[in-house]
Design a protein around this ligand. Structure first.
Ligand code: ADP
Ligand code: ASP
Ligand code: MG
Length: 422
């Protein structure tokens, strides 16, 4: 019997009637003869509320305790969902991440899955039960403490279980009809994408499209698990994320998959770096030792008079304080003059596999930004992505302008069924 993994996000299980609706959907799949494993997120904005509460109690809560607190959100929804399923006449058993065999490293708040041993889940399926697993959590192999995978990590739990159980598909149920060419909460005339490649989805997720957790897409690509992103609130077919979206069809893949913005980065400039070999190595080694996730990097041409240059990079806002401290600690050996930091930035990206073979994409992109009066502070590219850094206030105008310039606007407005987008 084919195993199907179904993941329901927070807005899909926000209250009791929603949990009952999700239970009916799960029983429907089970009724069609599938083995069903369900991964569930915390109800509505529970994770944010728990984080707010923690910060009221302490400005800097220990990672271990924060994980202990946050995992409670998913425990509530898994048990409630199992109860609702029982009411519909099916057997359901809920499991924490630890019970489901999600083994991670010990990095609290951003743990990585190192093994999945789903013996109890397989046992539940063998007994004919529906297995419900709490998303976004695991247990550390070393410390045996409870860990979380980072915000949005339930998607990754779902794909990891799908891979371990050799599932036919991993269905991600959410509050929109699938993956769109832009966040429908920002660009109302975003178009639904029928099929996307892992490669494009990886770039979109890294560019800030939070509809799928970045690591879930990495995991799916590695294990070749098809992901079907679809709505909890409507029966319509969603978006398939697969290795080759054109396989078996006659359609060419569109040039552009979509646009995305990321408001979670900060920019740091290191002023007056001596222009000699080894400086960049010293800077980025110091940042690596401090576990700073560096994204874009720009180095200015050095001023002839001083023989010094400026190096600018972006990193997550959450890493900024650590980055500044690490650089200050290494100032003596690096020899730069001073640091500046800026949290008012947004990264805006255009993604599409067709960029490789279609000239003129950059020209259209920068013309659209210029017509919308968007100032470009930094630029970076990959084979299938162009990203710029601009002011936070310019992000929505930039997204809208680029979306229109590439002909991505749909005739009607995209539906957002629920959720606060928080
Ligand atoms: P869940 O709680 O189900 O995990 P998320 O809030 O994490 O849901 O993800 C769904 C949201 O992702 C949508 O409501 C939408 O606002 C946002 N989103 C951002 N970019 C996109 C995109 N390109 N396509 C679809 N949704 C997107
Ligand atoms: N509840 C967690 C969060 O809000 C995990 C998830 O929903 O994927 O980030
Ligand atoms: Mg999510």
């Amino acid at each position: 019997m084919a195993v199907i993994v179904q993941k329901f996000g927070g807005s899909s299980v926000a209250d009791a009637p929603s949990i009952q609706r999700v239970a009916r959907r799960i029983c429907d799949t089970k009724g069609h003869g599938h083995d069903v494993v369900v991964v569930v997120s915390a109800m509505g904005d529970t994770t944010d509320d728990l984080l707010d509460l923690a910060n009221q109690v302490s400005p800097d809560p220990p990672g271990r305790e924060l994980d202990m607190l946050l995992t409670a959100g998913e425990r509530m929804s898994m048990a409630l969902l199992a109860m609702a399923i029982h009411d519909l006449g099916y057997e359901a058993r809920s499991y924490t991440g630890s019970q489901a065999g999600l083994i991670t490293d010990s990095a609290h708040g951003r743990a990585r899955i190192i093994d999945v041993t789903p013996g109890r889940i397989q046992g539940a399926l063998d007994d004919g039960a529906i297995a419900i697993v709490a998303g976004f959590q695991g247990v550390s192999y070393d410390s045996k403490d409870v860990t979380t995978l980072g915000r949005g990590g339930s998607d990754t739990t779902a794909v990891a279980l799908a891979a371990a159980l050799d599932a036919e598909v991993c269905e991600i149920y959410t509050d929109v009809d699938g993956i769109f060419t832009a966040d429908p909460r920002v660009v109302s005339r975003a178009s639904k994408v029928g099929r996307a490649s892992y490669e494009e989805m990886l770039e979109l997720a890294a560019a800030g499209a939070k509809v799928l957790h970045l690591r879930c897409v990495e995991y799916a690509r590695r294990s070749d698990i098809p992901i079907h992103v679809r709505s909890t609130f409507s029966p319509t077919e969603g978006t398939w994320v697969v290795a080759d979206p054109t396989a078996g069809g006659t359609m060419e893949q569109p040039i552009i998959a979509g646009v995305a913005a990321d408001l979670n980065d900060a920019k740091i400039t290191i002023i007056g770096v001596p222009d000699r070999p080894g400086e960049a190595a010293a800077i980025f080694r110091a940042l690596a030792v401090a576990s700073v996730n560096v994204d874009m990097i720009v180095q200015n041409v050095s001023a002839e008079a001083t023989g010094r240059t400026d190096v600018t990079f972006t990193c997550p806002k959450g890493d900024m304080a650590r980055a500044l401290q690490a650089l200050l600690d290494a100032q003596g050996s690096i020899g730069f003059e001073r640091l500046t930091s800026d949290e008012g930035i947004a990264k805006v990206s255009l993604v599409g596999a067709g960029m490789r073979s279609h000239p003129g994409v950059s020209a259209t992109f920068f013309e659209a930004l210029s017509e919308a009066d968007v100032n470009v502070e930094m630029i970076s590219t990959s084979e299938i992505r162009i990203s710029i850094v601009t002011r936070t206030e310019s992000a929505n105008a930039a997204l809208q302008a680029v979306h229109t310039a590439f002909g991505l606007d749909a005739d009607g407005e995209a539906v957002v069924y629920a959720g606060t987008g928080r």
